[in-house]
Design a protein around this ligand. Structure first.
Ligand code: 4AD
Ligand code: MG
Length: 440
């Protein structure tokens, strides 16, 4: 028999094959018939066991999540009979590989969907096997593939910047610090500064790397470790960068929606998903503050948000959900944004910055043009309380042939929470990390 993966089943119909996997579902029908839905990570396969093959000790005591190897021929099923891929394997021989526990220790008691969330996170390694969770991670793999394909088609080069660094990007308060052979070092918050240094060498660049933030609050959209897709481009205007971001989101959605298996996963997880229409709504921070005031979206103490204040997660969500389409929110005041952001030519108090807000999640992308004047950057270090000597290499970026440039970062888990309609980014992270959780 030829050894196959379940996803190859359709092409192997009529031949005798060998398939190994986990017992996903088990149904015993009388003494002489058992249905096993086998799972191998590549798909699901209905197997039917009959006669003496159901009478052995292993058959009688078989449990879900046990591993087995089956042999037999895959036959198409008549219309109306429901099974994955509309076929089933008629088992002529099978063997047990590893038996999963029964009773108190049974798999189902470890992954019950009504169990306490922290119990489920303790059992994340088992929860990963569930249909929904494995669909999320299949979709995630395809989405990341589509991002790479997008950048390849637009002429970007992929790089892998370091995760252990001695500089901050997004403010000192969320740094994870550690001892690096007796020196202070941090887990990176963003690869942006490193991407900027690659422009003169490689042209437009992107990376997909883990970023780390010591976020103290528990929210639906903050992780301590997240997968950060970042890109940096030289010789472009702020408006061109906004176009690039819109192109990125729409092209990636187009790629996953035209790839049938991925579209099916998205439809399974987020029925009724509609690709966003272009152009995205472009809105300034000032307009957003006005929107909040006009729509009576207030602070907890009943007062209105004022120009100059950070727009926290809750009002941002309310606004985004109400508008219910992607928003490119631009021109944030410099005082509430990162030190490196380029000021607008017509108003030096605001920045060439953008947050992309998606319904149901809020901010999914953050980006900006970067200060390209060395002296202005040196001033910005001072204001931020940064020691310029640690940033000499970032400063050199301006010294040795400066250029207008900009880029953005997209949180993969947030993008997926939007695309796959998950309640929290935790559902889109293999082993989510947040305050109080660093295990398994
Ligand atoms: O807006 P942020 O902080 O921007 C930067 O880090 C820039 N240096 C990126 C750049 O220009 N290259 O983060 C970018 C995105 C956010 O919009 C969000 O999607 C995600 O990263 N993100 C998080 N996702 C999950 N958990 C967290 N704690 C996150 N912090 C940021
Ligand atoms: Mg941001």
């Amino acid at each position: 028999a030829e050894k196959i993966k379940i996803c190859q089943g359709v092409d192997s119909r009529g031949k005798r094959v060998k398939v190994s996997g986990w017992v996903h579902r088990l149904r015993v029908q009388g003494k002489d018939m058992m249905f096993v839905v086998l799972r191998d990570g590549s798909g699901y396969l209905q197997c039917v066991l009959t006669g003496e093959r159901c009478h052995t000790f292993d058959a009688i005591t078989l449990t879900t999540e046990s591993t087995i190897t089956v042999y037999g021929v895959i036959n198409a099923l008549p219309e109306g009979k429901k099974a994955p891929d509309n076929h089933e394997l008629v088992v002529d021989y099978w063997e047990l590989v590893g038996k999963a526990p029964d009773g108190e220790e049974a798999f189902n008691s470890k992954v019950a969907s009504d169990a306490d969330p922290s119990y489920l996170l303790d059992n994340r390694h088992l929860v990963l096997r569930s249909e929904t969770t494995s669909a999320v991670f299949k979709a995630r793999a395809e989405v990341i593939k589509a991002f790479r394909a997008h950048y390849e088609s637009r002429g970007y080069t992929e790089v892998t910047p370091p995760c252990m660094v001695q500089t901050q990007v997004e403010g000192g308060s969320t740094l994870f610090e550690f001892d690096y052979y007796g020196e202070n070092a941090y887990l990176t918050q963003s690869s942006q500064l490193y991407l900027e240094t690659c422009l003169p060498s490689l042209g437009d660049v992107f990376c997909i790397a883990e970023s780390y933030r010591a976020e103290k609050s528990h929210t639906r959209r903050h992780l301590s470790e997240f997968t950060h897709l970042e890109a940096e481009m030289a010789f472009l205007t702020f408006d061109e960068m906004l176009d690039n971001i819109e192109d990125l989101v729409c092209d990636v959605i187009d790629r996953v929606m035209t790839h049938k298996p991925t579209r099916q996963l998205i439809e399974q997880l987020n029925p009724g998903f509609e690709p966003p229409a272009r152009p995205f709504l472009r809105m300034t921070y000032a307009d957003a503050i006005k929107y909040l005031q006009d729509n009576d979206i207030k602070k907890e103490d009943g007062s209105y948000y004022q120009y100059g204040e950070d727009i926290p997660q809750a009002p941002e969500r309310l606004m985004t959900d109400k508008i219910n389409r992607p928003i490119l929110l631009c021109r944030f005041p410099a005082d509430i944004k990162a030190f490196y952001m380029q000021r607008c030519g017509d108003d030096r108090s605001v920045t060439e910055s953008v947050d992309v807000l998606m319904p149901n999640v809020g901010e999914v992308v953050g980006g900006s043009m970067r200060m390209d004047d060395m002296n202005e950057l040196l001033e910005a270090y001072k204001k931020e309380g940064i020691d310029p000597s640690t940033y000499y290499w970032y400063t050199d970026q301006r010294k040795y042939g400066t250029s207008p440039h900009g880029g953005y970062g997209l949180g993969i888990e947030r993008f997926l929470a939007w695309l796959l309609n998950r309640y929290t980014v935790r559902d889109c992270s293999l082993y989510p990390r947040f305050t109080g959780r660093c295990t398994p």
